[in-house]
Design a binder for this molecule. Structure first.
Ligand SMILES: Nc1ncnc2c1ncn2[C@@H]1O[C@H](COP(=O)(O)OP(=O)(O)O)[C@@H](O)[C@H]1O
Ligand SMILES: [Mg+2]
Length: 216
């Protein structure tokens, strides 16, 4: 979290190897990203990282399902037939509650559905880590809650998620919150793993107080 222009996206894109760095190092799965060539980085991102953005970057001439499975068609990690890939894509869509829009055009579905499709796409290559830059930024409250519930579920199943958000309700579901100002980490709060809805209100309050102290 942090004010606009504080460097949240920059941190996310540096850790994921999309931005180069001028100092320090990023070790991802035991590999120093600073030592990798552009091609190796692209391969690592395709195979081991998933990305979700506020802007959804779906290809308009493909159906929702085809958008979701596209990264698997490009990957050399996933060795399976196109049919198997499509089946996995459908399984993910089913899990995220959007199977009914598999064959729809991008322009035919709602923002909440599309963002859930983006989550499916980010998971299709079974990455160890998902990066999400304000994934609920363009969504209304209800859709935002649904998307966050899905991300929490995925996280509970073992995928690490690093996300940027302006929303305390979203952040309250995270285990660890960093607050960034002017490119520096100004504070860190360890909320611990989010387990049940009953604790959500308390987590929101705790986080809110901490953020106010930091001048949020
Ligand atoms: N650690 C840093 N050192 C120097 N410049 C930074 C750093 N982090 C961010 N910036 C610069 O600050 C600007 C805003 O960063 P950005 O990541 O887009 O902010 P946010 O996502 O928090 O709104 C960018 O131009 C970026 O190059
Ligand atoms: Mg940003």
């Amino acid at each position: 979290m942090g004010p606009s222009g504080s460097g949240k996206s920059t941190l996310l894109y540096t850790v994921s190897g999309m931005n180069g760095m001028t100092a320090g190092e990023v070790i991802f799965c035991g590999r120093n990203l600073g030592n990798l060539k552009e091609k190796e980085l692209a391969r690592l991102r395709l195979n081991e990282m998933g990305f979700i953005f506020q802007q959804m970057y779906m290809l308009k001439n493909l159906t929702v399902l085809d958008n979701i499975i596209l990264p698997a068609c490009q990957s050399d990690k996933i060795r399976e037939s196109r049919k198997e890939t499509a089946r996995r894509g459908c399984d993910l869509m089913h899990k995220l509650g959007i199977i009914e829009i598999a064959d729809n055009e991008i322009s035919e579905v709602s923002g909440g559905q599309l963002q859930r499709a983006c989550i499916c796409r980010s998971m299709i290559n079974q990455p160890g880590m998902i990066f999400a830059d304000e994934p609920t930024g363009a969504l209304n409250r209800a859709a935002s809650k649904e998307v966050m519930e899905e991300l929490t579920k995925i996280n509970g199943e073992g995928t690490t998620i690093m996300l940027v958000t302006h929303d305390v309700r979203v952040a309250a579901k995270c285990g660890r919150v960093l607050y960034i100002v002017d490119g520096n980490i100004k504070g860190e709060y360890n909320l611990g793993q989010y387990k049940s809805r009953e604790e959500l209100r308390d987590r929101e309050k705790t986080l809110n107080n901490w953020l106010l102290e930091l001048g949020w």
